[in-house]
Write a protein that binds this ligand. Structure first.
Ligand SMILES: Cc1ncc(COP(=O)(O)O)c(C=O)c1O
Length: 388
């Protein structure tokens, strides 16, 4: 077993841990306080207010002044599926629709697009980003043709932490009449996001990573200028006499009972972020990642992936130990040292093709506000011991 009982959690990009106490308390309180559901009868008024106030605060946090344009989903995969399938279904073209994405993107974008490609409804172009995973704006813009209708990008790479320049992507797409889809799974709660200022059309977030919320809750921002075909219909608790899903936002896309407990807890996570300050949280997580990368230089056999110059990046560091099995090292870190990182492709196979780390992938350490320099030292110490 590991040396001592302390667990060092460095897998925050998969899901953040621990959650702030206010989040756990909000979740608990929501379960012992009536009413528990939203939009289901008069006694639900309080719940409805909570969902509405959570929607308003989250919309504001993402730079959207129309809260109804923000719909709750079960995670970012759910939101991205609605964005991608919803837009392509709405176009209903007889010819495949040209869509561009990048090698930095996650399977939550790649798989819906490849599914549509297989059905011959999308002509997909995956633009290769730089070999070190840097975001390459020029390559991206060069790939666009007059037929491109959608551009889907990962705001913050979950493999090497590089950041897409959202403002430039947004204004480029608006100019060309291309719908922009942003996967902000890793960036929401870490980076500044302003959908209106950046002119983003569709932006997906998940609650359980850097938003400090629980699993099972996410959101999709849908710009008023974009039409999506809903992919589900059902009860809404209002307008029950209507034979079809009401057309108004947000219930057009929120069929069934929303994840009330998840929304309340996500809102508490956002409250925590606002209280500490996004900048403070970002600086701390980035500092720990940067410190780890600096210290890793002294570990024999360590190979670090990602851009070498200290450009602004997120809080993930990808590395390998030359001659050591990636999954085996992960297991050893966990069993002998109680250190939890993540190994493998991190659901981003194209990125590893570019980095030259396919198919084994990398070890990934991802830091959060709750980590400390001591955690960095523990990981470095373990890696030194393993390689010595
Ligand atoms: C960049 C990126 N996109 C999408 C996802 C999917 O998030 P979720 O599983 O919450 O839908 C993840 C999570 O691993 C991610 O890192």
């Amino acid at each position: 077993m590991n040396k001592g009982s302390k667990i060092t959690y460095l897998n925050n990009s998969a899901t953040s841990f621990p959650k702030p106490e206010v989040v756990a308390k909000a979740l608990y309180d929501s379960m012992i306080t009536l009413p528990e559901m939203t939009g289901r009868g008069e006694e639900a008024a309080t719940a409805k207010d909570k969902v509405q106030s959570a929607r308003e605060r989250l919309a504001n946090f993402l730079g959207c002044h129309l809260p109804e344009q923000l719909i709750f989903t079960s995670n970012s995969s759910d939101a991205l599926n609605l964005a991608i399938h919803g837009f392509i279904n709405h176009l209903n073209y007889s010819e495949p629709v040209e869509v561009i994405t990048t090698s930095n993107d996650h399977n939550s974008v790649l798989r819906p697009l490849r599914t549509l490609q297989k059905e011959k409804r999308v002509k997909l172009r995956i633009v290769e980003m730089a070999k070190d995973g840097s975001f390459d704006l020029e390559q991206l813009f060069d790939a666009v043709s007059p037929n491109t209708r959608m551009l889907a990008i990962n705001h913050l790479s979950n493999v090497v932490g590089t950041i897409a320049e959202l403002d430039k992507v947004g204004s480029f797409c608006r100019d060309k009449g291309i719908v922009s889809v942003v996967d902000a799974s890793q960036s929401a709660g870490l980076l500044d996001i302003n959908v209106e200022k950046f002119q983003i059309d569709l932006l997906a977030i998940t609650g359980h990573k850097y938003m400090f919320g629980p699993t099972g809750i996410g959101a999709l921002y849908i710009s008023p200028g974009v039409t999506l075909q809903p992919i589900k219909q059902g009860g809404t608790g209002v307008k029950s006499e209507a034979p079809f899903q009401p057309e108004e936002m947000p219930i057009l896309f929120e069929a069934g009972t929303v994840n009330y407990h998840g929304i309340v807890a996500l809102d508490a996570g956002l409250g925590f972020i606002l209280e500490k300050g996004l900048k403070t949280i970002r600086s701390k997580s980035q500092h720990l990642r940067s410190l780890f990368e600096e210290k890793l230089k002294s570990v024999d056999r360590a190979i670090l992936y990602g851009p070498r110059d200290e450009q602004e990046r997120g809080s993930v560091a990808s590395f390998r130990l030359d001659g050591f099995d990636v999954a085996g090292t992960d297991a050893l870190l966990r069993s002998r040292y109680g250190i939890i990182v993540r190994s493998g492709l991190h659901c981003a196979p194209e990125c590893h093709q570019r980095l030259g780390t396919f198919p084994d992938g990398t070890l990934r350490a991802s830091f959060s506000y709750f980590n400390s320099e001591e955690d960095v030292d523990l990981l470095i110490g373990a890696l030194e011991e393993i390689t010595s």
